[in-house]
Design a protein around this ligand. Sequence first.
Ligand code: APR
Length: 310
Amino acid sequence: MSKVTVIGAGNVGATCANVLAHKDIVKEVVLIDIVGNLAKGKALDSWQQAPIDYYSTSLRGSDDYKETAGSDIVVITAGVPRKPGMSRDDLISTNARIVKSVTENIMKHSSNPIIIVVSNPLDVMTLACWRSSGLPSEQVFGMAGILDTARYRAFLATALDVSPKDIQALLMGGHGDTMVPLPRYTTVAGIPVTELIDEETLNQIVDRTRSGGGELVQLMGTSAWYAPGAAAAQMVEAILKDENRVFPVCAKLDGQYGLSDIFLGVPVKLGKNGIEQIIEVKLNQEEMNLLHESATAVKSVIDVYNNMNL
Ligand code: APR
C-alpha cells in the first residue's frame, strides 16, 4: 500500500515512473512537474499501458504538491539536463534552486519520506536536499553509482561477449570524471575480471565509463534517461521490498573512508529504512587516494553551492 512520488516528468522522471509501474510493487505513483499538463499526460499514457503490460500500479500527474501527501518515497529528477559541452557541475546555479524549492514542497505534505535525488550535480544536489529536508541522512541519498556501475558492466559485457547479468562491479566516488572504478572488485560470475581481459582494454573501459554520461550527451544533445530512470526505480524497489540490496549510493559520510561533511558514492545496504548500513570496503592506498581526489572535486562544488547562500 505504498505511495511513490516522482518530481520532474521529463525524460528521467517519466522513465522512472514507468519502470516502477511495470514492477507492480507500488499502489500509486504520482508524477509532479512544474508543467502540470506534462505530468498529467505522461502519467495518463503510462496508465493506459497497464492493460497491455499487466500492472495495477495507478499513475497520476499534477503540478500540485497536495497530490504528493503521505508519500513513502520521493524521487527528485526536477532540473535542467546537460547540453553538449557542459559538465554536470555547470548545472548547479539552476538546479540548486529547483532542488531546494522541490524539497521544501515535498516536506510540506509528507512528514517522513525517503528521498532519492537524481538531479545533477548529483553529490551536491543530494546534500542540498538533505539540508532542506531536515530528515536523517539515512533517508536522503542520491542515485549515481548504480548508473555508473551499469555503464561499466555494459561496456565489459560487450568487450567480453558475456551477459551483463553476470558482471558484478563496484564503483565509488563522485558522479563525474573523478569517479573511482575498482577493477579489483569486478568479477564475471565470480571470476576476477583481470583474468579475462587485458589491462589496456580494461583501462579503456574505465575511461569510457568515467565519461559515459558525456558520450550520451554528445550523441543525443541532452543527457540519458533509460538507465538513470531504471536505476532510480531499482533503488525504490530495494526499499519497498526491504531487500538489503548492496548498491553504490551517494550517501552522507561521517568519518567513513576518512571523509566527513560530504555526500559521496559508497556501497550501502538499502532496505526499508533507506540506508541500513554504509559498507567500508578495504581500499589500497592508490584507490583511497583516488577516492579522496574525487571528494576534493565534490567539495569544490559544495563551496560553489555554499556561496550561493540559498
Ligand atoms: N518543479 C517540478 N519540476 C520541475 C521544476 C520544479 N521546480 N523545474 C523543472 N522541472 C521539470 C521540467 O519541467 C522538466 O519536465 O523537470 C523536468 C526535467 O526533465 P528533462 O528536462 O527531460 O531533464 P531530464 O533528462 O529528465 O534530467 C533531469 O536528472 O539526470 C539528471 O542531469 C539530469 O539534472 C537533470 C535531471
